[in-house]
Design a binder for this molecule. Structure first.
Ligand code: ADP
Ligand code: SF4
Length: 708
């Protein structure tokens, strides 16, 4: 197939200083929780993006100096020459597929607590570090000498980046994540010298660092500058008008402008809180202020939106982080006229949670993300079948859909049996909840792919019993029958069923998703799950006219969503809707017309009027079919069954990402010998023990202290 001519403009090359991007698809820097700990896995992940057609593939932020690191978060490092080989591995992987490699150099300044190096952080002013972890650390105001040092360190890092093969070297002044942003912003910069006060003064350090970087590497590498176009703080911070003025001062200095909005939390909003291209009004207009190419983001998955932004003169390059994670082959698919094959990002920010939990990146839509080297998975390819095994997949939720699709790609004969009237399972149910419509894409992509696979047959309205499965004679059976929310409030707080008066109406999340609504007005949602479900149900209940109290032992609503950068937006929305967010309190018992709650700290109890109780605590696997088949193992051989596995929520309830991952893993491994768990089943990067101490020259790296 060939591409639609209306997308031709996306495939025009773009000159960026001394280098040329082969098209307009630009993977902007993004964190991934792998960084310096997993450099080979990281290189493989970036290389696959290049293979997928991106013209530019960037690193995440790269710490340029040991006085500025963001432990416990795991990013890349370029502290000295010894960090170069890890970066070469990535630039090589990117070049292998004809893309440009970009590196985002970052002096974190007062955004890093230096918990590892114990150096005192530095910033424009004497202020507590600006991390959200409230570390008891203050940055000190930089002297002129410190500023000279910072310029020298940045220049040295740029030279190392060039030696490591990078084609685009960033000066990072965005997202409030680096020192250059802090100098720019009135929020942090109260200096009275030539680096503070007027815009011209606040821009001075950025100007100097851009000039230094150009001088150091500009002959071969392009210099990109990433800035926040509006801090969304009104007069207290950088506004769009002020940034436009800044472009008047330095607009022509770099080879490329990379525009972001506010902090990272502002920029990478989930689909629950922002649509595709919501940054557009903030970014519009900057291109007119510079002759240099401009890249910007917008969780772009629609090539039409991309074309429109280019034609309207808003962007030159289409910046993507999450869309490139969900589908590393997005550009190739547009190029090959396969737009309908794009695995669209659902905007859930599970990818971000990898960085926030210091674990390798994962993605709801792309289960191979982070597993490219570790398990050898590829987003588009999977090895062909090795036998004539045929597979019955029971259940068409995310786990069953992914398993069936990837088994189909392997060329296996597959039957997908779904008890309900449509495929999708929990994803279709949850996509009908407030703000979660985009989650339906998990179903849409897979159902579309499966419908075109001749070896995968789908059977709807086919609720199977053990007798059916035994009668069919498939050699392998994957039970992906999902899970059910508990009615007895068992979860983290209560590990045994809670006393619930039979006179109290109880509605579980499943009841609400199937359309049941409370009888009375006062509803208590007890959130012992701490992810999104309780909060979206609270929104649903408010829309149904209820007065809602969200009760949680955590100190914030939807506590875990801090890892998806939505917690404060969720709490704001709930408060604005009039939901009582009742924190640090737990459920003691459920009576008729009221519930008893207790304070987490004092134990003091209290009674709250309640017409309907909604426990959002935990789920139980729907594993009765699996259990029935296991109990009849003696009949398998006669029925031609070699193996029965439970996958996804039917094995252990988890995130949608975990269910999709389980489906992929099943398709990869169902025909391998069953894993006994005695060996590590994936590749790991093992740190080499230091053999030389550069300071003392000692061979062992350990200096012995002799008693005198
Ligand atoms: P997961 O997240 O693990 O994929 P879901 O709950 O989303 O799980 O999906 C499970 C699907 O399995 C649901 O669509 C449900 O209707 C279907 N299902 C459950 N039991 C059976 C069964 N015995 N036969 C066929 N389909 C079933
Ligand atoms: Fe998009 Fe979610 Fe994947 Fe992140 S994890 S790339 S937000 S689908």
């Amino acid at each position: 197939m060939t591409r639609d001519p209306r997308f031709d403009i996306l495939f025009e090359p773009v000159r960026i200083g001394p280098v040329v991007a082969r098209n307009r698809f630009y993977q902007v820097p993004h964190c991934n929780g792998m960084g310096y700990r997993d450099p080979t896995a990281l290189a493989a992940m970036r290389g696959i993006k290049a293979e997928g057609g991106w013209a530019v593939v960037c690193t995440e932020q790269v710490e340029i100096h040991h006085t500025s690191e963001i432990t416990p978060f795991i990013e890349l490092r370029l502290w000295d020459d010894r960090d170069i080989p890890a970066l070469v591995r990535m630039s090589d992987a990117v070049h292998e597929h004809g893309a440009l490699a970009g590196i985002e150099l970052c002096y974190n300044g007062m955004n890093g607590s230096n918990l590892y190096t114990r150096e005192v952080p530095m910033g424009p002013a004497h202020l507590p570090v600006a991390t959200f972890t409230y570390d008891p650390v203050q940055a000190r105001a930089m002297s002129k000498r410190d500023i000279q040092s910072l310029r020298r360190w940045h220049r040295a890092a740029a030279v190392r980046a060039k030696r490591a093969g990078f084609d685009i070297v960033y000066v990072y002044a965005g997202h409030a994540l680096g020192g250059l942003h802090h100098f720019l912003s009135r929020r942090y910069n109260d200096r009275t010298d030539e680096y503070g006060g007027s815009l011209e003064n606040r821009v001075r350090l950025l100007r100097e660092v851009i000039e230094d970087t150009r001088e150091a590497v500009g002959d071969r590498s392009a210099v990109a500058v990433r800035v926040t176009v509006d801090e969304l703080l009104g007069d207290d911070g950088l506004s769009k008008a002020e940034m436009e003025d800044a472009f008047g001062l330095i607009g022509e200095l770099p080879d490329l402008w990379d525009l972001v909005l506010g902090s990272w939390e502002d920029d990478s909003r989930t689909s629950r809180f922002a649509d595709e291209a919501f940054q557009e009004p903030f970014v519009t207009g900057f291109k007119r202020l510079t002759t240099k190419p401009v890249v910007g983001v917008g969780r772009f998955t629609s090539p039409d939106t991309m074309v429109r932004q280019v034609k309207a003169g808003i962007l030159d390059l289409i910046g993507c982080a999450r869309p490139s994670i969900a589908d590393p082959f997005l550009p190739k698919k547009v190029e090959e006229g396969r737009v309908e094959d794009i695995r669209e990002c659902i905007g859930c920010n599970i990818c971000v949670s990898g960085d926030f939990t210091m674990s390798p990146i994962r993605c709801t839509q792309n289960p191979s993300m982070g597993e490219e080297w570790r398990r050898g998975w590829h987003p588009e390819r999977i090895r062909r079948k090795t036998s004539e095994a045929n597979v019955l997949v029971v259940g068409g939720g995310p786990a069953g859909l992914e398993a069936a699709m990837m088994l189909g790609r392997r060329g296996c004969e597959v039957a997908l049996a779904e008890g309900g009237e449509s495929l999708g399972g929990r994803v279709l149910r949850e996509a009908r909840l407030p703000g979660l419509a985009a989650w339906g894409r998990v179903h849409d992509y897979r159902a579309y792919q499966i419908a075109r696979m001749p070896t995968v047959q789908t059977y709807l309205a086919s609720r199977l019993e053990a007798d059916d499965v035994l009668a069919f004679g498939f050699s392998h059976v994957a039970i992906a029958t999902g899970s059910t929310w508990r009615r007895d409030a068992v979860g983290r707080l209560h590990t045994k069923p809670v006393a619930i008066d039979p006179a109290m109406p109880v509605l579980t999340p499943d009841d609400l998703m199937s359309g049941l609504r409370p009888a009375g007005r006062d509803v208590v949602v007890f959130d012992d799950d701490h992810y999104y479900m309780a909060s979206v149900l609270a929104e649903l209940l408010v829309a149904a006219g209820c007065r809602v109290r969200l009760l949680t032992m955590a100190s914030r609503a939807a506590e875990w969503t801090y890892h998806t950068m939505e917690q404060h937006r969720i709490q704001t929305r709930l408060l604005e809707l009039g939901v009582v967010v009742d924190t640090n309190r737990g459920l003691r018992s459920v009576g008729a017309g009221e519930i008893e709650v207790f304070c987490k700290f004092t134990g003091k109890t209290d009674r709250v009027a309640c017409d309907t109780f909604v426990p959002v605590t935990a789920r139980l696997p729907d594993d009765s079919l699996y259990a029935a088949l296991q109990a009849r193992q003696g009949e398998w051989q006669a029925a031609g069954i070699a193996r029965v596995d439970a996958i996804g929520d039917a094995w252990a309830p988890g995130t949608i990402a975990a269910a999709v991952y389980a489906g992929r893993r099943y398709a990869e491994e169902f025909d391998l010998p069953e894993h006994d768990g005695d060996t590590v089943p994936f590749r790991r990067e093992i740190t080499e023990l230091s053999t030389a101490d550069p300071q003392s020259g000692s061979r062992s790296g350990i200096t012995r202290v002799e008693a005198s």
